[in-house]
Design a protein around this ligand. Structure first.
Ligand code: SF4
Ligand code: WCC
Ligand code: FE2
Length: 627
């Protein structure tokens, strides 16, 4: 067993970029050069263009904008806007899933695959389940879910899942999120010209808006996706470009919403479609994925992962991609012009993400089956247009076991200890591993790639370091895919662990890096820490657990960071969130907010130091508990 190295990833990419050069394709590696160095004002967050008296930018000679706003107000306002963009995005995804649940029916495209989970949520929400048809219940719960977005009074229903202490903090600090849409609107109201310029107020709302995502919209996205498509269980799959198959029709799904990708997988598996592909000279159909949509179908169906965020262009550069089918979020507009250099069809499907040089096949929950069929057929029809001399698929992939939902983790870890029977089905076996010191703690590794960091290197190096020190990893999003590509989700990666974690991996038959899903599934991690706190009688902030996004880039990532911190978990970033221009805002985020929510951010661009800082924090928490 051997990990795939970042050097090997890069060699494969370079080979693909040669193909790109042959056909005159552009690539992010080239565009980065044109954009560097980046604008200093933007980097520091000190530029304001929210009214047409500006744009204003703060310098030592011009310490205030035309309206008189100082640098702290401008930086904090930008930070809140950034957050609101992220929470709007995750939450709107969650809303789509609620709508899909509303469209579910026993003989339609969408069914209820996990009725048990639906019943559980219904009970949590005080909905009568007795004697009710499961689809009537689904529709009732879906409407309640949708109402969370605009509820007139009260706060988010899912907040009740948090330990009492956490709920009290949220109430005390006035950051318990109300209606999801309201928190986004309120953020945009606060950041309008002539509203808030007090950093404390703006950062407080950033936390609240983040919480409306993590304990609101994202949690709805995760929970109702599970109801519709099944709660993930451990399943074997593969990762990296080598999962594409040269003799097959290759369909790549990219984006976020499983409503689309589930249907594509369904029809790509249809005997009629496979026969049709064969009639066109292909051996079969291979669906693989990029970004979170890939995580969704990998977790539930074992569909292989072609790559993560900064690998999306590589998929087309193989020359063997018949169609790249996208819905929303993290999709490079570059895919349009790039596809034009090859035979690839770039198929957009959502009114939310429309792009030039794409074919738009509108995908609706109501007409999902026929839309999905049309997309799969278009891909098959495109097989004969392949240019064989441009085809090169890097022979590079790793095995991965994925599908570690909270439910799956609890079930799997039941096997680890000699716990009492009455402790089974809880997180107590995991707590036992941590308190006994067999495992030192846990790190949630999440987030994107960013050209500011050698792609995947920070994710992989940090994970290697942490597992070698008996720290177990839960991962999601593009971080999880980095791990899978490297081989860290292969059960054999246990050999890279310290003795304690290795033993746990062997007893539970798990890899040391557990794939918990997509970015909205960071809500699963929130549920996990909530359970850990309740089962141990500790506060979340006392647990030897931290969060880390070493290569993050999107607004969504900032929203996530805010809800993770606001839930009491220290969060470590490898990229600065445009706040270095204000010492006050930087101080608030890295220390001041600890007085509010018992956790804060650390920003450290030196990845080795970032890892050391996380381990030191974990040990500090252990020492405070006397374990
Ligand atoms: Fe300039 Fe103030 Fe307008 Fe911002 S709100 S652009 S700082 S005048
Ligand atoms: Ni989530 Fe980041 Fe990937 Fe996109 S898919 S690139 S937000 S981690
Ligand atoms: Fe994502």
């Amino acid at each position: 067993f051997k990990l795939t190295t970042v050097e090997e990833f890069e060699a494969a990419t370079n080979r693909l970029l040669e193909t790109g050069a042959k056909v005159g394709a552009d690539a992010w590696q080239l565009r980065v050069k044109n954009q560097t160095p980046h604008c200093k004002f933007g980097e520091q967050g000190v530029c304001c263009r929210i009214c047409s008296m500006g744009p204003c930018r703060i310098t030592p000679k011009a310490p205030r904008g035309i309206c008189g706003c100082d640098v702290h107000g401008i930086v904090a306002r930008n930070y809140l806007k950034f957050t609101a963009g992220g929470s709007a995005t995750h939450s709107d995804h969650g809303r789509e899933i609620c709508h899909t649940l509303y469209c579910s029916s026993p003989d339609g495209a969408y069914k209820v695959k996990d009725p048990e989970k639906l019943m559980k949520i219904a009970k949590e929400w005080g909905v009568e389940t007795e004697g009710k048809d499961i689809y009537d219940l689904a529709h009732e719960v879906a409407v309640l879910g949708l109402e969370e977005y605009g509820k007139v009074f009260g706060t988010q229903r899912f907040l009740k899942r948090a330990p009492k202490h956490t709920q009290e903090i949220w109430e005390r600090e006035e950051i318990a999120p109300r209606a999801i849409d309201r928190e986004v609107s309120c953020s945009l109201h606060m950041t309008h010209m002539g509203c808030s310029s007090l950093p404390e107020a703006l950062i407080r709302q950033s936390l609240r808006s983040g919480l409306s995502d993590g304990w609101g919209g994202s949690m709805a996205g995760t929970e109702f996706s599970d109801v519709l498509f099944g709660t993930p269980k451990p399943i074997d799959t593969e990762a990296n470009l080598g999962v594409m198959e040269v003799e097959n029709v290759n369909i790549v799904v990219h984006g976020h919403d499983p409503s689309l990708s589930e249907m594509i997988c369904e029809y790509a598996d249809d005997p009629e479609m496979i026969a049709y592909a064969k009639s066109k000279g292909a051996k079969g159909i291979t669906v693989s994925g990029v970004c979170c949509t890939s995580n969704e179908v990998a977790m539930r169906r074992g569909i292989p992962m072609a790559g993560n965020f900064l690998q999306q262009e590589n998929v087309v550069l193989t020359g063997a991609c018949e169609a790249i089918v996208v819905d929303v979020q993290c999709i490079f507009p570059a895919l349009g012009p790039l596809s034009k250099c090859f035979h690839t069809k770039f198929i957009t499907t959502s009114p939310i993400a429309q792009m030039p040089d794409s074919e738009f096949i509108r995908f609706n929950a109501e007409t999902a089956a026929e839309n999905a069929k049309a997309i799969v057929k278009a891909a098959i029809d495109n097989f004969e247009n392949r240019k064989p001399d441009l085809v090169y698929i890097p022979d590079m992939k790793q095995k991965a076991t994925v599908g570690y939902s909270l439910e799956a983790i609890v079930k799997t870890l039941d096997g680890v200890t000699n716990s009492q029977v009455d402790e089974l089905g809880t997180t107590k076996p995991l707590i036992e591993c941590i308190t006994s010191g067999v495992i030192r703690g846990a790190v949630a590794m999440v987030g994107c790639n960013n050209p500011k960091i050698r792609p995947d290197s920070a994710h992989i190096e940090l994970m290697k370091k942490l597992i070698a020190n008996d720290v177990i990893i839960v991962a999601s999003g593009c971080s999880a895919q980095a791990a899978a590509k490297a081989g860290l989700m292969d059960k054999q990666a246990k050999d890279l662990c310290g003795a304690g974690l290795k033993r746990v991996c062997e007893l539970a038959d798990i890899p040391p890096v557990l794939h918990m899903g997509s970015c909205v599934d960071i809500s699963r991690m929130m549920n996990l820490v909530a359970e850990l706190a309740k089962d141990s009688g500790l506060n979340i902030s006392q647990l030897p657990v931290v969060g880390c996004a070493p290569e993050w880039m999107s607004e969504k990532a900032v929203s996530i960071g805010n809800y993770v911190v606001a839930t009491g978990i220290d969060t470590y970033l490898g990229v600065d969130p445009y706040v270095s221009g204000s010492d006050k805002v930087a101080e608030l985020l890295t220390s001041g907010i600890r007085d509010w929510v018992e956790a804060a951010y650390t920003v450290e661009k030196d990845i080795d130091k970032l890892g050391d800082a996380m381990m030191a924090r974990i040990e500090e928490k252990r020492a405070a508990l006397g374990i």
